[in-house]
Design a protein around this ligand. Structure first.
Ligand SMILES: [Zn+2]
Length: 260
């Protein structure tokens, strides 16, 4: 039995401890699907328990909609798994403003005329739209720094944090990230970019989403190329994906005085 998103933080904490000792059991079908998820397969057993609980909570409290076709279990599980991957280190992780996940078979028409999208976050409507084909492609190559699922969920996370002060640590480190990201954005615009996709130069929202893609898919290269930006992201997301078995950072991060 898993619960809806509208439970108090206290109850949520108690449930998380409870389910650490008495873990939720995934169905065989869900376990089979999750074993295709690269990030999940590398986690320690203890982190898998946390992941499973959060996966079921996220999945059950979402409305998955696919135009003209049935939503498959693969879609529900793998999209929810991407959300749990992104927020596994955070205390508040449910992205509760985004209750609807709209799935398209391929790229789709968007609000921008003459432009096809492969992913879109509609904040006012509380929707995340994804092309399933491109979502799968994002996970098919796990180290190219391109992942539309994580990209769109990063937009949702960034938005959520500013509407309800989602996670204090995330919120506290955001100004530090912004300073470094702005500098990087200017380098991209001056064509002096050496790491991260150039699309990050569009604006700070896109920079955050692009950072998240490489943060999870190329953590070692990221930390080597842009060590300060990487370190601040580990503080915000409370994860260090260079430790795939145990990525969560539990201790309160200490900000380096260089950032102030
Ligand atoms: Zn974007």
């Amino acid at each position: 039995m898993v619960y809806d998103v509208f439970i108090s933080p206290f109850v949520e904490n108690v449930l998380q401890i409870w389910y650490h000792y008495f873990p939720v059991k995934l169905s065989r079908k869900h376990s089979y699907i999750l074993n295709k998820h690269h990030y999940y397969t590398q986690l320690s057993d203890s982190n898998k328990k946390r992941f499973n609980y959060r996966l079921l909570t996220f999945m059950k409290s979402r409305n998955f909609i696919k135009k003209d076709a049935r939503v498959s279990d693969d879609m529900k599980v793998l999209i929810s798994a991407a959300a749990v991957q992104l927020t596994l280190g955070l205390d508040k992780y449910k992205l509760k403003s985004f209750r609807r996940i709209i799935i398209y078979e391929d790229s789709f028409d968007s609000s921008t005329p003459d432009r096809k999208h492969i992913g879109e976050v509609k904040k006012r409507r509380g929707e995340i739209a994804l092309s399933w084909k491109h979502f799968l492609e994002g996970y098919a190559i796990v180290d190219d720094g391109k992942n539309v699922g994580l990209h769109e969920l990063a937009h949702a996370l960034e938005h959520q944090t500013f509407i309800d002060g989602m996670d204090e640590v995330f919120h506290d480190y955001y100004p530090d990230w912004k300073k470094l990201a702005y500098h990087k954005m200017l380098l991209i615009r001056r064509r002096r970019n050496k790491f991260l996709r150039n699309y990050g130069g569009t604006n700070l929202n896109e920079m955050f989403a692009v950072c998240i893609e490489s943060f999870f898919e190329r953590p070692h290269d990221f930390a080597e190329s842009l060590p300060l930006l990487y370190e601040v992201l580990t503080c915000m997301i409370k994860q260090d994906p260079r430790n795939p078995q145990d990525p969560i950072i539990y201790v309160e991060p200490k900000i380096d005085p260089r950032y102030h």
